[in-house]
Design a protein. Structure first.
Length: 275
């Protein structure tokens, strides 16, 4: 069950480097990498998400059983990772991949839907995309935001305020849902980003990711999925910024494995599904 959260003091991150020092390092380095950032913005290829319908149904074992009952519901909410930028088929986007993994983990069909927009910041997710959530409660949320807050130079307190408000909004919409928030990816490893821009943005991404972890904390039903694994050049789409179809599938497998017990519990709690 998701519960709203309040603003609070943030813990120090790994290596015990105080936040003011890390923040000073980022803002001091920023003017030196702005020319690179402008060059990347002008020259980097821009991909669109799949043109197909942003919803579907996944069956356990990919086969519809005769007595399937009502499906569990999964909604992806957020930026380009939810929209599926990097793949051409809707069934290869992250939400669809998660639906298949969740179906196998729960033994239940999973109806999935994406509410995503490339370039969405945390403010856009909160104030615009969340307004497009389906009216009925869901069983799972998959939320992606933060990379565009890094590139938009979002302040830490603004990012935290948007997260708190978004958690509260999701809790009101579906109090019993499991909400998995994707951590910020390792921007320092993105092929499209040259050095030192990659290192500077990677530093800021780690800072905002620490705020995300603190915002969710021990909240029931809200989970911080950290990208604590390596990102290789071959894991990216041709734009060098978004995941490939294979990467979406691998991330979905890791999410399902990490929260397998909670997925199974959600399936059990809803019995044969909502009417």
């Amino acid at each position: 069950m998701i519960r709203g959260c309040a603003l609070g003091r943030q813990p120090r991150t790994r290596r015990n480097i105080p936040y003011p020092m890390r923040s000073l390092l980022f803002w001091s380095a920023l003017p030196f990498v702005l020319p690179q950032a402008m060059w990347v913005r002008l020259r980097a290829p821009r991909f669109a998400g799949p043109a197909a319908a942003a919803e579907g149904l996944a069956w356990p074992g990919a086969v519809a059983p005769a007595d399937a009952g009502a499906p569990l519901r999964l909604v992806g909410l957020g930026d380009s990772l939810i929209e599926g930028v990097g793949v051409t088929r809707a069934e290869d986007c992250l939400t669809a991949c998660c639906a298949r993994e969740f179906a196998d983990a729960s033994g239940r069909a999973v109806a999935w839907q994406t509410v995503g927009r490339s370039g969405a910041t945390s403010a856009g997710v909160l104030h615009k995309l969340a307004a497009r959530l389906p009216p009925e409660p869901v069983d799972f949320f998959l939320v992606s935001a933060g990379v565009n807050d890094v590139t938009a130079l979002r302040r830490r307190h603004e990012w935290r305020a948007h997260l708190d408000a978004l958690v509260t909004r999701l809790a009101r919409h579906s109090p019993d849902a499991l909400a998995v928030f994707l951590g910020l990816p390792p921007l320092q490893r993105f092929p499209v980003l040259p050095s030192p821009l990659a290192q500077v943005l990677g530093l800021r991404a780690r800072q905002l990711d620490a705020v995300l972890g603190a915002a969710l904390g021990a909240l029931p039903g809200a989970r911080h999925f950290r990208f604590d694994f390596e990102a290789r050049p071959e894991d990216f789409a041709p734009d060098g910024f978004h995941p490939s179809g294979e990467s979406y599938a691998r991330v979905a497998q890791k999410i399902a494995a990490r929260y397998a017990a909670e997925i199974a519990a959600a399936a059990s709690a809803t019995g044969s599904g909502r009417a």
